[in-house]
Write a protein that binds this ligand. Structure first.
Ligand code: MG
Ligand code: ZN
Length: 216
């Protein structure tokens, strides 16, 4: 394939994905459902945050979580312990979720059986930013163990996010201030909502739920 042709095939894949993502978003809105996409590195604490959220929300709402990972059902099994219905997508080698993978799972259930949907994306701070999954808001989780330059080094991910969580704030890392990451997020996107969280102490979780506009 010529280089030009390769580029146009890739472009077409993005266009088709964005169209399907918009369709998912519109359907969710029409049905008065909420759908959030959670992104972040491997080990940032996406699953732990979702465990905390599921624990609180499932007392009042029906929650459905779609977990994306290359292999295993570990994350879906963990979150299912907290009252949510979960399904695991194994992407094989795939390093991100896309709208088609989400649509495949939504088509297997009755959307009306649930109130709030989450996707836990495959762990990385690069390509999930380019693949709209049809969520109304994108949440990026970054932990203070990822180093002081992690936000600055991934501007596309943070530009595309509506909410950033600075996670593992219960840890004390000498010489490291979580507020540096908060500031970096605001530099990349001035209107981004940034919250400091800990899935261990529960810091920031209720604030996050309120930020999503969900009443507990
Ligand atoms: Mg996970
Ligand atoms: Zn990818």
């Amino acid at each position: 394939m010529t280089q030009e042709k390769k580029v146009s095939v890739k472009k077409k894949a993005y266009v088709l994905n964005d169209e399907l993502a918009d369709k998912i978003r519109q359907e969710m809105k029409a049905k008065n459902k909420r759908f959030f996409n959670v992104m972040g590195s491997i080990g940032a604490g996406k699953t732990a945050i979702l465990e905390q959220i599921a624990e609180k929300l499932s007392k009042k709402y029906k929650v459905f979580v779609i977990n994306g990972d290359v292999a295993t059902t570990i994350d879906a099994d963990r979150i299912a312990e907290h009252g949510a219905k979960t399904v695991q997508i194994n992407t094989g080698g795939g390093c991100h979720l896309n709208a088609q993978l989400i649509q495949n799972e939504l088509s297997k259930i009755n959307i009306d059986d649930y109130d709030i949907f989450f996707a836990e994306n495959v762990g990385n701070l690069i390509c999930p930013a380019n693949w709209d999954v049809g969520a109304e808001l994108n949440i990026v989780v970054v932990s203070i163990t990822e180093g002081q330059y992690v936000v600055k080094k991934h501007p596309i991910m943070f530009k595309g996010a509506d909410i950033a969580l600075i996670n593992k704030c219960d840890l004390n890392i000498p010489g490291f201030d979580a507020d540096t990451l908060v500031k970096d997020c605001s530099m990349i996107k001035s209107d981004m909502k940034v919250l400091k969280t800990s899935a261990v102490t529960g810091e920031g979780i209720e604030e996050l739920i309120a930020t999503l506009g969900i009443e507990l």
